[in-house]
Design a protein around this ligand. Sequence first.
Ligand SMILES: Cc1cc2nc3c(=O)[nH]c(=O)nc-3n(C[C@H](O)[C@H](O)[C@H](O)COP(=O)(O)OP(=O)(O)OC[C@H]3O[C@@H](n4cnc5c(N)ncnc54)[C@H](O)[C@@H]3O)c2cc1C
Length: 383
Amino acid sequence: MIDYELTEMEKELQKRLRALCREEIAPHAPILANGAGEEIRALLPVRLRKLAAAGYMETLVRGDFVAQCVAGEEVAKACPSTFLAAMSSGTAFGRTLAVFGTQSQRSRFLDGIVKGEVIGALAATEATGGSDLGGIVTEARPAPGGWVLEGAKDLVTNAPLADTFLVLAWTNRESGLDGGLSFFLVDRGAPGLEVGETVETMGLRGAPTAGITLRDCFVPSDALVGGEGGGMGVFSAVSCWLGLAMSAMSVGIGVACMEVSTRQGKQKRAFGKPIGHFEGVGAKLAVMFTHNDLGRMLTLRAAWALDRGAEDGAVLVSCAKVFTGESVNKIADLAMQTHGGHGYLRGTDIERLYRDARFAELAYGTTERQRVSIARDGLGRFR
Ligand SMILES: Cc1cc2nc3c(=O)[nH]c(=O)nc-3n(C[C@H](O)[C@H](O)[C@H](O)COP(=O)(O)OP(=O)(O)OC[C@H]3O[C@@H](n4cnc5c(N)ncnc54)[C@H](O)[C@@H]3O)c2cc1C
């Protein structure tokens, strides 16, 4: 039976991060979100180290999934951009290495990731292959003592700052997705690796994103992560972890939207009273709260199932990601409405959150792809 009571360790982590985020992370969120590249370069690594000192990066790399969601909600509420950058380094890169890496790969990188001193990134998506990995073209061909990578990745979170990348490439196209793809560790300084210009995104602008190019890029044999041909297995596991993380992010953004709307409902007056006293505004707050609370429950249920290795863990993550992704967009929309025309101005908190929320349905398994997985799982049960 599911138990929603947090453990003492989880409550302590939540309390610690809530305090840190209020003091150190939230105040810089608007600067990061609208800042220039140089400001982000200066601020983001410092913030990752502060979160690391509070145990957040360790939780992403090795912690249980419920703890990740509880902690992640706090970080995303304070600054969705910081959440995304930490997730890309701690979960997408660090946890992947912790679970699938060799002993020497783990000892080379994980200490630095956990301390926030090393920044990692995961590079799977390409212009021709996002939802459909069959469309990627990056290839690794065997060479004496290692592999040579050739291709290009785009939309890599943290690329402008990352020290190291996990890159997905074909090692044997004939074998198809199961058996033909492999992950490689590629250091930033690897000859032939080039990081492109930071791309302009609609939201989450404080988590810098860029493409990378690999031209005749040599990596040694021990750069393989998860074994030759193991890429799809690794990717499926990582997608599940990231889907859960994104659900926690949506819930965190939802709370932030509720907070700014509640403040607005109390402070802004019209027709002689605070606007929150009008039924049309109060009802919006009620819908926001209901959707977000349901989303949190679904997210924690999925995390709880993953922590127990339950068979339905992955499909529950898909359900949580679809529900929270759609909910946070509805919540952000309602929150914008409670601000009237003044919320539509560039630089307001709600304008930033509204842009950030849109990401939840687009990346790390789009809503449509998650629904395909849920339907497949359901149809499998009815077979
Ligand atoms: C800011 C940002 C950061 C990112 N960071 C990373 C990162 O760090 N590493 C990384 O590897 N990637 C990253 N991504 C990429 C992201 O995960 C992809 O954009 C996502 O997987 C979707 O791929 P796509 O953009 O190619 O869209 P497409 O796959 O082309 O999808 C386009 C539309 O078609 C729909 N569609 C596709 N297939 C189906 C289907 N079978 N059934 C129904 N509908 C379908 C999709 O749902 C979507 O609506 C990032 C993206 C963004 C925007």
